[in-house]
Design a protein. Structure first.
Length: 328
């Protein structure tokens, strides 16, 4: 997991078997899958922050720009035009989608537009406390999984405080140029990663199977639709597209019996490994740059997180056992 400090982090440096063997890898995989599902199941507004490539890039850029904001330096102002300039070269989201996503975030209380104190003609995009709290909870899942992958005890992990959280997002934003390479590396998963709630459906399929040596699972289309807050037709089309790509086989209609391919597990493990290594690399740089003695706000979890997601949930997310029991 160690990343050299002498050169820029590169996805090409990662081994492809990081999560397929070795102590801690299985626990890291399980923590990542269960943690993300626990955050996003029944919470469409949260899954749409992270679980689709274009929106994830935008969320990272908005938080990263805010983290680097200095009122006295116009070049650091987190304006809509600067957001376009940041995410445009990544090539995964159009200008119209960026504008629509910002409007979506503003409508649901994740972003506010405010006038710059230095120039009242300029409007800045400012993440609200709701966005910073739920995003810190999401990065907290990555943090726990990364610790397990390194053989550490995730229970001893310090809380992901606001200063560290925003510093990590700033480091991630500064490395968005790596994403096109990552997308080419993970093109097998594009039927899931490029679709609305596709990542959540993928995680539900993997969670149902349980481990790479278990290929048979089930995810009824109506159950997947309820958990991902999308239509049954959307889930059916997504799984049928994955079947055409050779990632799985629909043994019984309606999602009652689905057989995952070994290739899907291998692609997913490669993706998980890259995500955790990327997080670890950015976290290391954030820790080294973190200002000593910075004032700390509340943790990104507990009652504070519950308050942040109030009104966003269709239903409270169920436990792993409850999800498995309801799937078939």
């Amino acid at each position: 997991m160690a990343v050299s400090s002498k050169r820029a982090f590169s996805f090409g440096d990662l081994r492809e078997d990081r999560l397929s063997s070795g102590d801690g890898h299985t626990a890291a995989r399980t923590t990542l899958i269960d943690g993300v599902i626990g955050l996003c199941a029944h919470r469409a507004h949260l899954s749409r922050l992270w679980l689709e490539i274009g929106r994830c890039v935008c969320t990272t850029a908005i938080l990263g720009l805010h983290a680097g904001l200095e009122e006295d330096d116009r070049a650091t102002w987190s304006t809509l035009s600067r957001l376009h300039a940041t995410v445009g070269p990544v090539g995964v989201v159009s200008r119209n989608r960026v504008d629509n996503f910002v409007a979506y975030l503003e409508r649901y209380g994740f972003v506010e537009k405010r006038r710059s104190a230095r120039d009242r003609r300029v409007t800045l995009l400012t993440p609200t406390e709701r966005l910073t709290l739920v995003d810190a909870a999401f990065l907290g899942v990555l943090d726990r999984a990364a610790r397990l992958m390194r053989g550490e005890d995730d229970r001893a992990a310090p809380a992901l405080r606001p200063a560290r959280h925003l510093a990590i997002r700033r480091e991630m934003m500064m490395r968005l140029r790596l994403w096109p390479r990552a997308m080419r590396r993970h093109r097998d998963l594009m039927p899931f990663l490029e679709r609305d709630s596709g990542c959540l459906i993928l995680l539900l399929l993997l969670q149902g199977a349980g481990a790479p040596d278990r290929l048979d699972t089930c995810l009824r289309y109506d159950t997947g639709a309820e958990l991902a807050s999308v239509s049954r037709t959307h889930v059916r089309m997504l799984i049928e597209e994955a079947e055409r790509a050779g990632l799985l086989e629909i043994v019984e209609p309606g999602g009652r019996h689905i057989r995952l391919s070994p290739r899907l597990w291998q692609a997913a493990d490669r993706w998980f490994a890259d995500c955790l290594d990327f997080f670890h690399a950015c976290d290391r740089r954030a820790r080294s740059a973190e200002t000593a003695g910075a004032p700390e706000g509340p943790d990104g979890g507990g009652d504070t997180f519950t308050d942040a997601v109030a009104g966003l949930s269709v239903r409270r997310g169920a436990s792993r056992g409850a999800l498995g029991a309801r799937a078939c």
